[in-house]
Ligand binder design. Structure first.
Ligand SMILES: [Fe+2]
Length: 138
């Protein structure tokens, strides 16, 4: 099961709190995925998608604001990854979700897991290291 662990913290409390929220959404999506397939999950999937979209727009905005503040050299490539994630979310169509709820739910769960492992635990960590370096000099 997806679960936040303290070792996932990147050391910027504001961002870590927001990452915890991402884990929460992922946990909810995974619990829904594991419920029996005969249950109609459409409304719940929709609310997870809406919550995730709203969360990422807010959270990426916060991270990008932080990166601007410290003049992060990898701002551009990092922000492109944020936009790519938003684009993936926007590709989900309501009709196709309804036609195959379970495989879309699986797709969403995998998308978040992939995001956590490849972005949160990698790129955000690199950004946080730079942030701390800048902080220590000021
Ligand atoms: Fe990020």
């Amino acid at each position: 099961m997806i679960e936040w662990k303290d070792e996932y913290a990147i050391g910027i409390p504001l961002i870590d709190e927001q990452h915890k929220k991402l884990f929460e959404i992922a946990e909810n999506a995974q619990s829904l995925l594991l419920m029996p397939e005969y249950i109609d999950k459409f409304d719940e999937i929709l609310s997870i998608v809406e919550e995730l979209k709203a969360y990422v727009v807010f959270h990426f905005g916060a991270e990008q604001g932080l990166m601007e503040k410290i003049k992060y050299p990898k701002y551009f490539s990092h922000s492109i990854e944020h936009q790519d994630f938003i684009d993936e979310m926007n590709k989900l169509s309501l009709d196709s979700i309804d036609q195959d709820q379970q495989s879309h739910l699986l797709y969403i769960v995998n998308l978040i897991i992939e995001w956590i492992t490849q972005h949160v635990l990698e790129k955000d960590r690199v950004m946080a290291a730079y942030y701390k370096e800048v902080q220590s000099k000021s």
